[in-house]
Design a protein. Structure first.
Length: 134
């Protein structure tokens, strides 16, 4: 039972891995669903360090869907956080060529808005997310 309900990190990591596979197969909407589910688990858990991986996945999805400004903004959020894992920092650093420093309060606000944003498809969700980060 613990592996199903108690091991939040493993579930987040697995959802992100499945979402990345969906991206690789060209199934962007399915990928977004996995990333949003992972972000929901991370936000609702006590493990704030688990938020960075789903947000990084969303940033890469945004870049692949033609939203480089949103991808860069999300990458800035991750790079500003002391909770972002080193592997995740390296993965998203290429998305933000003109990095801007942001504070932890702004980071928390952006992640919460991402978690609360609704949308049925990648395009509608990314448009809403882009508006939330403007």
């Amino acid at each position: 039972a613990w592996a199903i309900t108690g091991d939040t990190w493993s579930r987040i990591y697995a959802l992100c891995g499945v979402g990345r596979a969906e991206m690789g197969l060209g199934r962007s909407d399915a990928a977004l669903g996995r990333f949003r589910e992972a972000l929901g688990l991370a936000v609702s858990s006590a493990r704030r360090d688990t938020e960075s991986l789903p947000v990084a996945c969303i940033a890469h999805l945004a870049a692949s869907a033609g939203h480089p400004a949103l991808a860069a903004r999300l990458a800035e959020v991750l790079l500003a956080s002391p909770l972002t894992w080193n592997e995740t920092r390296q993965w998203v650093s290429a998305l933000t060529p003109n990095r801007r420093e942001i504070g932890l309060e702004e980071r928390a606000g952006l992640i919460n808005r991402l978690h609360q944003t609704t949308g049925e498809t990648v395009e509608t969700w990314l448009a809403a997310a882009e508006a939330a980060t403007a």
